[in-house]
Design a protein around this ligand. Structure first.
Ligand code: KG4
Ligand code: ZN
Length: 335
């Protein structure tokens, strides 16, 4: 069974081919980061236009690399949300046309669910239940998955997503866009205990997150140090900010895992590429005897392999999307 995955929800055009559910045959990404860099963030119209230009050549390349012809496709899995509407529509229109022309079935995929399905490439899914921590540029949430395809969002951010906080603080520190990876790298040279930034909602007793107070605290600290004429030690600021985010995410994720009967913890989303977050979650998981799975680094950020692997699983249980399926920028995880 051959599944083609298409992902265009934000600023990466991505196409992948997966065989028999979870064996990766090709996995290509055309990044648009260079187009958005000078704006300091993703510009929706620019993203949609860049997807239009990149998608067809990428489709051809991905199929050629996989050694698969259009007529051999069984399913075309595509991200229908959440994401930028114009960007989503480019991938969805292509997927519909491809399904119609090749005779393959169209399968609609939720991007957030895809993020934690990135863990199931190569080995397939372990038995549920799971607790999934999804942390990306647009989302920060903890999800209880009592059985396959059933979601209960138990907590989420009340303001910014974690990736957004990383990007904003990185910008404040002059690290460019997207700043998450640069801030991660710089933190390795710094002392995470140097500055005590607030751990928002750490003891709130629920699974919600908040980033805005932390962001403001970093801004205030930087301004005060500059006003006092002191040289900022940027690695210490970066490491201390990162530690504040990581502390809360680790403690809430593990609390949720304990509450829901020590299920497998699944990590997903671009921020899971963060070295400190991965290391701390794995350490805590080992200490508590809770299995923690994280996708390989290249499969944390947006990609189409995760869309293909989830699409194949949904196809196998009989799901087919009609050619009228709309894009849904606000799509939620289905219960
Ligand atoms: O999942 P993703 O590729 O796109 C969305 O669905 O939003 O996540 C992108 C986010 C960006 O905010 C980026 O700065 C962040 O993930 N990110 C990181 C790291 N790598 C990517 N944040 C912290 N540390 C990293 N190493
Ligand atoms: Zn994403």
């Amino acid at each position: 069974m051959i599944t083609l995955g298409i992902e265009t929800s934000c600023d990466e055009t991505a196409v992948a081919v997966v065989e028999d559910g979870f064996h990766l045959r090709s996995n290509l990404i055309a990044s648009q980061v260079h187009l958005h860099e000078r704006f300091g963030g993703v510009v929706p119209e620019v993203a949609a236009r860049a997807h239009v230009e990149a998608l067809n050549p990428l489709l051809e390349e991905a199929l050629a690399e996989a050694g698969i012809g259009f007529s051999e496709l069984d399913a075309v899995a595509v991200t229908v949300g959440p994401g930028l509407v114009g960007a989503l529509l480019v991938g969805l229109a292509s997927a519909k046309a491809l399904a119609l022309a090749s005779g393959a079935d169209l399968v609609a995929v939720n991007h957030l669910e895809g993020h934690y399905w990135a863990n199931f490439l190569e080995h397939g899914p372990p038995d549920p239940p799971y607790v999934a921590l999804i942390v990306s540029g647009g989302h920060t949430m903890l999800v209880h998955v009592p059985e396959m395809f059933h979601h209960d969002v138990v907590g989420q951010t009340l303001d910014d997503a974690a990736g957004e906080a990383f990007d904003k603080v990185a910008r404040l520190l002059g690290l460019g866009f997207p700043g998450g990876p640069a801030l991660d790298a710089m933190s390795r040279e710094g002392d995470p205990q140097a500055i005590r930034f607030p751990r928002a909602l750490e003891d709130s007793g629920d699974y919600d997150f908040s980033m805005s107070g932390l962001k403001t605290a970093v801004l205030r600290y930087v301004k005060a140090e500059r006003a006092a004429g002191r040289d900022l030690h940027l690695p210490d600021v970066a490491a201390s900010f990162q530690e504040a985010i990581v502390d809360v995410q680790v403690s809430k994720t593990m609390a949720a895992a304990k509450e829901f009967g020590t299920p497998t913890v699944l990590l997903g989303g671009g921020v899971v590429a963060n070295t400190r977050l991965r290391d701390r979650l794995h350490e805590e998981g080992d200490r508590l005897g809770i299995p923690v799975l994280a996708p390989s680094l290249g499969l944390c950020t947006d990609n189409a392999a995760m869309i293909a692997v989830l699409g194949a699983a949904r196809w196998t249980r009989g799901e087919r999307a009609s050619l009228d399926t709309p894009a849904d920028p606000q799509l939620r995880l289905s219960a």
